[in-house]
Design a protein around this ligand. Structure first.
Ligand code: MEV
Length: 380
């Protein structure tokens, strides 16, 4: 497998970068990169009241070693220094094993709210769960053929906020390479109709949850303490202080997490994903123990500065814009992004890489040092 380590990519021309990262491109592919890939007429089918195309820079991020495989990441961002920061962080951990990533199965969930005849609803779900699992997505043959299935239907009493008692029902579905909002919403509404017909209840609403309770991608990385201390003496100790700050102070934690989201959303955006869904899931996870916390954890382990995180992630490679945007299709083919698992692994690694770079910069020469150098290029 060709190495993703590309020396001095930032000093090359755009044409050279294309060749080095994507390989040979035919005229049609070059046209897609030059124009952003989206025609007015195509854009008009994606959303409403379209009047044109809004362009952003598309970058590649070299140097990533993920589970011992070489990857060049696609990234769309408007902010200078995020691409450079991710690429430097990926370079610095190559000799210590790169990123180790474990994605969970692609489960997306729909939740339903009921308040009437709760006992009957619970009994019905308990006794009919196998029938429901078989029937809620059976007409979605493409999904079923590619391994999609309902894995569970369960319920929980919600805390009382008034005299009304609410029950939440959660439907978990393997949506394979799709984020799955449309799939689970359709199945949830179907379940709602079945419950209404069989339990003399009213289903008040059914909607996907962006908390992605069963779609966690775990990522970890080691940096050599010795190398970090050579770059900047005292850096590791201060890095850990800056991390501690995020643990004890939610208003620092939210900015710490913004640094992670810089990488995650940059990759997700390049792959045509709904970044708002991903970001809301990440903030939900950060606040899940009642106090907003940093999404990553950093510690010293032997000779290493060790970082890890468990991100709820549903970066898709099929469905929505991911299947309709010619530039996304080109990137998926050229950069070997064959499934949601790979996309999630890339996004999670970029998130931890950008987090490392931000904390290292804050803990040493200050964030403005590198950031402003790159920012000033705009005014040249
Ligand atoms: C800027 O986009 C991101 C940072 O603020 C993240 C952080 O403070 O950790 C540098």
């Amino acid at each position: 497998m060709k190495s993703s380590r590309i020396k001095g990519l930032h000093n090359k021309s755009i044409e050279e970068r294309r060749l080095l990262s994507l390989g040979d491109l035919d005229p049609e592919e070059l046209g897609i990169l030059n124009t952003g890939g989206l025609s007015n007429s195509k854009a008009d089918t994606i959303t409403e009241n379209v009047i044109g195309i809004f362009a952003l820079p598309l970058s590649v991020v070299p140097n990533f070693l993920i589970n011992d495989e070489e990857y060049i990441l696609p990234m769309v961002t408007e902010e200078p220094s995020i691409v450079a920061a991710a690429s430097n962080a990926a370079k610095l951990c190559r000799d210590t094993g790169g990123f180790k990533v474990k994605p969970e199965a692609s489960v997306t969930s729909c939740e339903l709210l009921v308040s009437e005849n709760i006992t009957i609803v619970k009994e019905y779900i308990k006794s009919s769960v196998e029938f429901l699992k078989e029937n809620l997505i059976c007409e979605n043959t493409d999904l079923v053929q590619s391994g999609g299935k309902v894995t569970d239907i369960h319920y929980m009493d919600l805390p009382n906020s008034s005299d009304i008692k609410y029950l939440k029902i959660r439907l978990d579905i393997i949506t394979v390479d799709a984020m799955g909002a449309n799939i689970v919403n359709s199945a949830g509404e179907k379940l709602g109709n079945i419950l209404t017909a069989n339990c003399d209840t009213t289903v008040h609403g059914a909607i996907v949850t962006n908390s992605f309770p069963q779609r966690t991608t775990s990522v970890s990385v080691n940096y050599s303490k010795k190398i970090l201390e050579n770059i900047f003496p005292g850096s590791v100790e201060n890095f850990l202080r800056i991390y501690e700050w995020a643990k004890i102070d939610p208003s620092r934690a939210v900015t710490h997490n913004k640094g992670i989201i810089n990488g995650i959303s940059g990759v997700a955006m390049a792959l045509g994903n709904d970044t708002r869904a991903i970001e809301s899931g990440l903030h939900f996870r950060a606040a899940s123990n009642g106090i907003y916390q940093p999404l990553s954890r950093w510690s010293v382990s032997g000779d290493f500065l060790h970082g890890e995180a468990d991100f709820p992630l549903a970066v898709a490679t099929v469905g929505g814009m991911t299947s309709h945007h010619p530039e996304v299709s080109l990137l998926k083919t050229k950069l070997r992004i064959n499934n949601s698992e790979t996309a999630n692994m890339m996004a999670a690694s970029a998130g931890l890489a950008n987090n490392f770079s931000a904390l290292f910069a804050i803990a040493t020469s200050g964030i403005q040092h590198g950031h402003m150098k790159l920012h000033k290029r705009k005014f040249r």
